[in-house]
Design a protein around this ligand. Structure first.
Ligand code: FES
Ligand SMILES: [Fe+2]
Length: 377
């Protein structure tokens, strides 16, 4: 079924607010590396939908996701991006203090206040860890992460547990790049749903993954997903701009994957690439209807990173040059979404876009088959 998809979906503040409320604030979002808060008391601030969260490592090594908002009069508790709490979080405004579970532990003149004041704990989000990333969900009743991404993994990889082969928990971020793209997050996502543009726009990546010249990448194919991934070119040893591997093959990668690229989109905010010697994670954060922040991380084995002469730059450059080409095209599409002539045609190469739209639509309007026009703006 083709769902209604008016161009206002790419331009409307009201529509983005609805997406925040019904998608980003109800879905599991990949937000940080667990290793960023390795020590007890260490914290990092992240965005989840429209909310500001503090992810903190407790003394028992569990991670707590706390909404960064004091339960007295709402001041932001923390303005640093990351750091370390001793044993508590003290609001600088009137001095209310919360422990790392978010429970109110002290406040000036607390004994004079009504007893229920003691129950004014910080709001929390669910948090879990997968592939060494912390994933959060603001919806307290949301089912586990695998309920959200399991069907996508199954659709892309069948029963093969491809992600676990790469030992992502052990890997470290060797390079991170942040992009500010002048396009709606869905235009970016739709771009990554298809490889029809690859032969036209991506000479560099087609040199390394020649099968992409067919217009079919790894995430979509003519008859469903290509479970086997994409093979490196005969003269390439790795997924990099030069075609050379940046590091030895990761320890868990089986021989059949030693020259293979696997990619997957995990809606709504992650694109993962599994390559023999490293893993790339691309995350998307909607900032405004016409603005999206994209963060890419190149993950390598710690032994490779500490090898003299190692550099992630060549590998990261292939994704960087390709991503910049993609983002420029996305900005071109965004430019015309305000035109009354805006419309689209999809080739068979682009069928995954329709799956993505159906997923978005189901979350925005779970009880309706079609979007009422009055709710589309
Ligand atoms: S707003 Fe935080 S203690 Fe008053
Ligand atoms: Fe692309």
């Amino acid at each position: 079924m083709t769902v209604p998809w008016p161009p206002t979906y790419y331009t409307s503040e009201k529509h983005l607010a609805l997406e925040h409320a019904r998608i980003f604030e109800k879905s599991w979002l990949c937000v940080a590396r667990a290793s960023q808060i390795a020590e007890p008391g260490s914290f990092v601030r992240v965005r989840a939908g429209r909310e500001d969260l503090i992810l903190v490592r407790k003394p028992d090594r569990q991670v707590r996701a706390l909404v960064n908002l004091c339960r007295h009069r709402g001041a932001a508790l923390c303005t640093e991006q990351q750091g370390r709490f001793k044993n508590s979080i003290r609001c600088p405004y009137h001095g209310w203090s919360f422990n790392l579970d978010g429970h109110l532990t002290s406040a000036p003149f607390l004994h004079d206040l009504p007893p229920e004041t003691k129950e004014r704990h910080l709001f929390t989000a669910q948090v879990t860890e997968w592939l060494g990333y912390l994933w959060v969900n603001l919806d307290p009743s949301a089912p586990p992460l695998m309920d959200q991404i399991g069907p996508l993994l199954q659709h892309r990889f069948g029963n093969a547990d491809v992600p676990s082969r790469y030992g992502c928990e052990e890997l470290e971020v060797a390079k991170e790049i942040t992009y500010d793209v002048a396009a709606n997050w869905k235009i970016l996502y739709e771009n990554f749903c298809e490889c029809y543009h690859c032969p036209t726009m991506h000479p560099e990546i087609c040199q390394i993954l020649p099968s992409w010249r067919t217009g079919y990448g790894t995430v979509s194919g003519p008859e469903g997903p290509k479970l086997e991934g994409s093979l490196l070119a005969d003269d390439a040893t790795g997924f990099s701009l030069s075609g050379k591997a940046a590091a030895p093959t990761l320890p868990g990668v089986p021989p059949e994957d030693a020259r293979t690229f696997h990619g997957i989109l995990l809606w709504p905010n992650v694109h993962l690439m599994f390559i023999p010697d490293h893993v790339m994670c691309m995350r998307f954060e909607p900032i405004a209807p016409h603005r999206t922040r994209v963060i890419t991380q190149s993950l390598f084995h710690p032994e490779a990173i500490r090898t003299p002469g190692f550099t992630p730059d060549d590998a990261a450059a292939l994704v960087d040059v390709t991503a910049r080409e993609d983002f420029e095209a996305c900005e071109r599409v965004q430019q015309t979404t305000g035109s009354s002539y805006f419309e689209e045609f999809h080739t068979p190469h682009e069928s995954l876009i329709l799956d993505f739209r159906a997923w978005v639509h189901d979350r925005l309007y779970p009880d309706t088959e079609h979007t009422p026009a009055e709710r589309s703006a």
